[in-house]
Design a protein around this ligand. Structure first.
Ligand code: EPZ
Length: 419
């Protein structure tokens, strides 16, 4: 398994450009299946998870053509009603997002249960409940979900939790149903809004995306379209923390300032200097030691769970005690043990972690167990004294494009060591 070797404590300096959003690209690639005609999608990040989603589409008979570095044309006319391979669904839970489009196109779908992962059990009950309100009979058969609809119809879907995936899957199914569908307690994430923009370009009428109530009036004849994916707000936030934790001076380019609200607020509480330079550029600088603060992850627009691990790495070096509460996933503290190996002082109590700031972290060998835990370990290594080897960078490659190249361009001493 490849690893990163990082020599810490150089302040990062320079300008870094953010790539396309992983969590917008994955649902939009799935949504391209909703029409017979092809769609061309730009600014698609080159990530392991994106490659997995493209393999899922191809496993369903769909033709995928890479027409440039970050652009793909998807030919869904070739879509067949076959079961996506368990191996791909298991590898990436977001593959389950093809279920809504399969039900839309064929009125039926048989998809392996995605199963859990390092950050929690990851159920799909809200996806299935949403489908059933639109006329889908859902049954579970030894590890598979079978969906079948005699007649799809509009309806009212209430999500017990504002699940991003469930909102996206139900919105995609509703996009081909002419009657009105209302999704209440919907997820408000910017990536949900990006998907809604794509579906509207295909011909669906969607109101309220970005609020907790989304109203969809679909069409039986959606058309392929051309679309540019939004940039990745979590990658942008990760680079902001990279500047702060190394007491650097970094300009992050390609950000949508409006989507970074809670992240920038927390950085300023910690004492980080943030300057908005231009429409899509921010300057992030840190002198001195970070201040302690408390963080509670919440659905958007609250503090994003996908930034929790990265902020924990920063707060490990704070002057004081911070409390981090993870309310979205039930076990997203796998990075704690590895940070402790670097000298961090963190006590996990249920869904909260008490972080007692230390003066310094020390390089050693650590292992990433999930995507954002891996990012946190890279950040800690950038600030630590000495050399850190981060194993399991395959997890990091799932969500960060050429991370070592981007960090090296800011002056980090980081190299990828392949086995
Ligand atoms: C999306 O995952 C993101 N992934 C995650 O990013 C992100 O952490 C998460 O939303 C929350 O923002 C993609 O967009 C591809 P959820 P998703 O459904 O859709 C529970 C990353 O690091 N739940 O909003 O799977 C679930 O167990 C990844 O980029 C149900 O109970 O998240 C969890 O506790 C990690 N039943 C909570 O809701 C359901 O049917 C949030 O899950 C669905 C979810």
């Amino acid at each position: 398994m490849a690893k990163f070797r990082i020599r810490g404590s150089q302040p990062l300096q320079g300008e870094i450009e953010v790539s396309g959003s992983k969590n917008a690209a994955l649902p939009i690639l799935a949504a391209a299946l909703l029409s017979e005609s092809p769609s061309t999608i730009h600014n698609v990040p080159d990530l392991l998870d994106v490659r997995t989603m493209l393999m899922v589409l191809e496993s369903l008979g769909v033709k995928v053509e890479r027409i440039g570095g970050r652009s793909y044309t998807i030919y869904p006319g070739f879509l067949k009603l076959i079961e996506p391979p368990y191996e791909l669904i298991r590898k990436m839970r977001a593959s389950f997002l093809v279920t809504g489009p399969l039900l839309s196109r064929f009125g039926r779908a048989q998809v392996p249960l995605p199963g859990g992962c390092a950050i929690g059990s990851r159920p799909i009950d809200l996806h299935l409940k949403g489908f059933s309100h639109l006329g889908v009979e859902v049954s579970m058969r030894s590890g598979y979900i079978e969906g079948w609809a005699r007649e799809l119809h509009g309806g009212e879907v209430y999500l017990d939790f504002p699940s991003v995936g469930a909102t996206e899957n139900v919105m995609m199914l509703a996009a081909t149903i002419p009657e009105e569908t209302v999704i209440a307690n919907a997820a408000r994430e910017p990536e949900v809004v990006d998907l809604a923009h794509f579906l509207s370009l295909m011909g669906a009428e969607i109101e309220g995306a970005g609020t907790d109530t989304i109203v969809v009036r679909g069409s039986k004849h959606l058309k392929g379209c051309e679309y540019r994916i939004m940039n990745d707000r979590i990658e942008a936030g990760t680079f902001c923390v990279a500047s702060a934790i190394t007491r650097g001076k970094v300009t992050v380019k390609g950000v949508d300032y409006a989507f970074l609200g809670s992240i920038l607020t927390k950085l300023e509480e910690i004492g980080v200097r943030i300057e908005k330079l231009e429409e899509d550029k921010i300057f992030v600088a840190m002198e001195g030691r970070p201040k302690a603060t408390n963080i509670k992850t919440m659905p958007y627009p609250g503090f994003p769970t996908d930034m929790q691990a990265q902020f924990m790495a920063l707060l490990c070096l704070a002057d004081g005690v911070s409390v981090i509460t993870e309310t979205v996933f039930e076990s997203r503290f796998a990075h704690v043990g590895e940070l402790e190996r670097m000298g961090a002082k963190v006590q996990v109590e249920g869904r909260s972690a008490v972080v007692v700031g230390v003066e310094k972290l020390t390089g050693t060998e650590v292992t990433a167990t999930d995507l954002r835990a891996g990012a946190a370990l890279v950040l800690a290594a950038l600030a630590a004294e000495g050399i850190t080897e981060v194993n399991g960078v395959t997890h990091v490659d799932r969500g960060y494009e050429r991370l070592e190249e981007k960090l090296a361009s800011l002056g980090a001493s980081i190299e990828r060591i392949s086995d």
